[in-house]
Design a binder for this molecule. Structure first.
Ligand code: G6Q
Length: 546
């Protein structure tokens, strides 16, 4: 689809926007008793209710036309067939192979990758079982009680999010911790309560060169060597990387190095050995269920008609709001405390993938791309930033996530949680008109003057969009499905915007400049050549560092 075609599509969608502006959702719900049925879809047990959006059948038809015209289906096939759709790094994008449950070969650059994937999974399984069963022990012959994953970005956010989400599947005597920040406070505070004798580290780095990770790894190595001697290092470290030689150089035993491949992007790598700390925390059988759930979502994405395809629907709604209504952010609010890191995880997945401003052909895009993704769990958010979502001047499309069944038997908690999530999407959609406010205040016995004064503050504009994702329970399978669904949503949007969702050049400049600044920060080189702000800040640092 040419640039002019995309622009024309957005322009024609704009006519629908103008038309719909006359008919808010509360009117549409009143007119159409089947609205929920019409605008909900499912993938297995996962229900997506998207009826509380500014849409009607003509809008959805136009959006599905756009997906087809932009080549979402063709691109999906290209991705599956191992084409190098990551053009700037000349790489295939094959994270789906990592969770593939079928028995067909999956070729990448002429080689079936499934035997290697299965070999790494078998390695993860045996290592995980051995650590959990106390067969692999520490240098002092003790059972491992704590696993510290050292990694950052894609080598941290995914496993950290999954481990927290699957707390009901963890064992009290084996805890997983995550250290990512180069800020020494992070590793310091993590190790503060741990014993070197029973702590195992995993150095998770695709490249094994990332400065933050290497700095934390060196501090962890010193912590072990200081307490137990240098010989203990090989008993207390494992690594996940594509750079096997560098892992060996660090002192990691060959049988504790878990490989992966350059056709797996960092933020798409939780399905690879990057998931090792998760497997250690919840057991290999549960890790395998995460993969199974993700594969089920892949099959849904690959085979379900666009009109019932969850990632496609979510992606198109995002495009509708971003490019036609001009909404710049997307909130993700899990009513599931254990998904408290999901927004941060999705922030990377979405913003690093689709925060781009040139097309695949290297020209400036003529439209907005990735939205700003943010969120916190409900009900906490209600007592914090929901004010702005309800009455602020910006409209914030919101995804709500909720399980039908909690893991704990603590009535009445879950019923209250569900009442709250339903109430929020209902309130956002309905709003409260001035007439409703006035009659409420009258019923409370307020006089006319007070009502006039208060009413404008109590009006809710309503017509604010949300999706609700309802699932039976937050199981490993469901979690895998949810994450894969969002991966595919990002893919769909990337195709429509004609950008490369699989590179991240925007993170490079800051890294380069930090490298150049380090000798100056250390006071070993002059600050000449920098702008006055950078020089001024350097000067402040050098005079206060003590
Ligand atoms: C993700 C990015 C990035 C990456 C980190 C860590 O897609 O590439 O977040 O995961 O920079 O990189 P390493 O795993 O190589 O240390």
């Amino acid at each position: 689809m040419a640039k002019s075609g995309r622009k024309a599509s957005f322009a024609s969608l704009d006519k629908h926007r103008k038309r719909l502006a006359e008919t808010p959702m509360r009117v549409q719900f009143a007119i159409d008793p089947n609205r929920f049925k019409r605008y909900s879809a499912a993938a297995g047990d996962l229900l997506l209710d998207y009826s509380k959006n500014r849409i009607d059948e003509d809008v959805m038809a136009a959006l599905f036309d756009l997906a087809r015209a932009a080549g979402v289906e063709e691109r999906r096939t290209q991705m599956c067939e191992g084409e190098h759709i990551n053009i700037t790094e000349d790489r295939a994008v094959m994270h789906m192979a990592l969770r593939y449950q079928g028995d067909k070969p999956v070729p990448v650059d002429g080689k079936d990758v499934m035997p290697d994937i299965r070999a790494v999974l078998a390695h993860i399984e045996s290592y995980t079982n051995d650590v959990r069963n106390g067969v692999i022990r520490s240098h002092t012959n003790e059972q491992i009680t704590d696993v510290v994953n050292i990694g950052i970005g894609g080598s941290d956010l995914g496993p950290a999010m999954l481990t927290l989400a699957l707390e009901p599947y963890t064992r009290a005597d084996l805890r997983a911790h995550y250290v990512s920040n180069v800020d020494g406070a992070h590793i310091h505070d993590t190790l503060k309560r741990l014993k070197p004798q029973t702590t195992m580290f995993i150095i998770a780095s695709k490249t094994f060169t990332t400065d933050e990770t290497m700095t934390n790894a060196a501090s962890a190595r010193k912590w072990i060597a200081d307490a137990l001697g240098d010989a203990a290092v090989s008993d207390h470290f494992a690594a996940v990387s594509t750079n096997i030689e560098a892992c060996k150089g660090f002192g990691i035993r060959e049988d504790r190095i878990f490989g992966f491949w350059d056709w797996v992007g960092g933020r798409y790598s939780i399905w690879s050995a990057i998931g090792l700390p998760v497997a250690l925390a919840v057991g290999y059988e549960n890790f395998a269920k995460i993969l199974k759930g993700a594969d089920a979502m892949d099959q849904h994405f690959l085979t379900t008609p666009l009109e019932q395809n969850l990632p496609v629907i979510l992606g198109l709604l995002g495009v509708w709001y971003r490019n036609v209504w001009g909404f710049s952010t997307q909130a993700v609010i899990p009513y599931d405390q254990r998904l408290s890191r999901l927004p941060a995880y999705l922030q990377q997945l979405d913003m690093e993938s689709n925060g781009k401003s040139v097309t695949l052909g290297g020209k400036a895009v003529g439209w907005s791309t990735g939205a700003i993704v943010w969120g916190e769990p409900g009900t906490n958010g209600q007592h914090a930033f929901f004010q702005l979502i309800h009455q602020g001047t910006d409209v914030i499309p919101t995804d709500f996530l909720i399980a039908a069944k909690p893991h704990e038997s603590l009535p009445p908690h879950h019923d209250k949680l569900v009442a709250n999530v339903l109430a929020q999407s209902e309130a956002l959609m309905l709003g409260k008109t001035e007439e409703e406010v006035v009659s409420e205040l009258k019923a409370r016995g307020l006089d006319k003057a007070k009502i006039k004064e208060l009413a404008p503050h109590k009006v809710f504009p309503g017509n604010r969009p949300s999706n609700t994702l309802f699932y039976p329970q937050l199981t490993p399978e469901m979690l895998g499905s949810l994450v894969a669904m969002y991966e595919h949503k990002v893919f769909v949007q990337g195709v429509i915007w004609n950008i490369n969702s699989y590179d991240q050049w925007g993170v490079e400049l800051g890294k380069q400049l930090a490298k150049a600044l380090l000798p100056k920060v250390k006071g070993e080189a002059s600050s000449d050549g920098h702008d006055s702000s950078t020089k001024g800040l350097l000067g402040y640092y050098l005079s206060h560092k003590g």
